[in-house]
Design a protein around this ligand. Structure first.
Ligand code: ATP
Ligand code: MG
Ligand code: FE
Length: 350
């Protein structure tokens, strides 16, 4: 099926068009620059930017794919989770589009969309199930057990406070590095020693593991970095930015990879899929690949343009739902900022 997907859960207005498992276009407009001076995504600013970017992005995606609106078999949209106002703009636009061209609409889960991104990876073998998926971005840090993309996705664990990308952004700010902090810390860490400072690994003590084996926590780490910087200031020494960045990054990467591989081992699943914008992190890829290989786990990393928020992954998920015979969504659904990952599609027509 030829599907146009709309993604507006955070600061990217993503419009993607797929034909089955083939990617035809993937247009992304980001309002990141507008959030830079606030050091994080401002919901109202994001919603307004989506409103302005949607129509031109839809036009651009259609042109790039070389298809007309009437050619589409279906429209797909992210109904959640994400920022309520931002989601609402995309949901409203998708309903309007579907109604105006009289085509079915599929309302889908953003996190499961991140898993579906893998399908569009050029020349990749089809993803085998079950697989463990680690999704790390500015808004989420989730570990999933995917038994079947369209019917059976289970949340194993998630962050109990900050998301991994958010931690990068906050620590960058502490180090007076610009937003978004991920790439900045990656760069600053190049000349640093990852073993210079032993920062805490959240929820990794035996007592925490009992209840939070697959959960993450990054706020304690962020506070530890803040204390460290304060101490430098108090003692009148220059903050060793490269060492702090490298040591902080190492702590984040260590927990992410350790917990993801623990899930693979516990559940006997030798496959790990990575997704989300934090996957851009060089050290994370390096450590994940090396430690997975040692553990006999195969790692899949889609191209970065499919790892960050995009509309193509939403279209790809809907195309899979259509191919497996699922009915479209009724128009009664709304944006759901806390949509659980088990709800792969919402409001399926009965
Ligand atoms: P969502 O949470 O809905 O997926 P988002 O816009 O917050 O949306 P992404 O766009 O996928 O997330 O990713 C942005 C986040 O990734 C930011 O927090 C950014 O700092 C982080 N990031 C980007 N590059 C790197 C990197 N090289 N290392 C670490 N973090 C990075
Ligand atoms: Mg983003
Ligand atoms: Fe996302």
């Amino acid at each position: 099926p030829l599907v146009l997907g709309i993604e507006t859960s955070c600061d990217e207005t993503g419009i993607g068009i797929v034909r089955g498992r083939t990617l035809l276009s993937n247009t992304i407009a980001s309002s990141m620059d507008e959030h830079a001076r606030y050091g994080g995504v401002v919901p109202e600013v994001a919603a307004r930017a989506h409103l302005e970017a949607l129509q031109p992005s839809i036009d651009a995606a259609l042109t790039e794919a070389g298809v007309a609106l009437d050619d589409l078999d279906a429209v797909a949209v992210t109904s959640g989770p994400g920022l309520a106002g931002a989601l609402m703009v995309g949901v409203g636009a998708a309903k309007g589009l579907a109604v105006s061209i009289d085509k079915p609409l599929y309302a889908v889960n953003h996190l499961v969309g991140h898993i579906a991104a893998d399908i569009l990876t050029p020349d990749a073998e089809p993803l085998e199930y079950p697989t463990i998926a680690l999704l790390v971005s500015g808004g989420h840090t989730s570990l999933l057990h995917v038994r079947d993309l369209t019917t059976d996705v289970e949340l194993l664990g998630e962050t109990v406070d900050d998301a991994a990308g958010e931690a990068f952004d906050k620590v960058a700010r502490l180090l007076s590095l610009p937003y978004p902090g991920g790439p900045e810390i990656d760069r600053a860490a190049l000349d640093g020693d990852p073993k210079a400072i032993r920062f805490p690994r959240g929820l990794s003590k035996a007592s925490d593991l009992a209840k939070h084996r697959y959960d993450f926590s990054f706020s304690g780490l962020k506070t530890a970095v803040a204390r460290w910087i304060e101490r430098c200031d108090a003692e009148g020494i220059d903050v060793p930015v490269a060492d702090v960045a490298a040591s902080f990054r190492e702590a984040v990467v260590d927990v992410l990879v350790t917990k993801a591989l623990a899930a693979c081992e516990d559940l006997g699943v030798p496959r790990l899929l990575l997704g989300g914008g934090v996957i851009a992190n060089r050290r994370l890829r390096e450590v994940a690949l090396a430690r997975a290989e040692a553990a006999g786990v195969t790692v899949r990393i889609p191209p970065l343009s499919l790892c960050t928020d995009n509309g193509a992954m939403i279209a790809a998920l809907a195309a899979e739902l259509i191919s497996s015979g699922r009915r479209p969504s009724t128009l009664s659904f709304g944006a759901d900022s806390t949509l659980p990952v088990t709800e792969i599609q919402v409001a399926e027509r009965s």
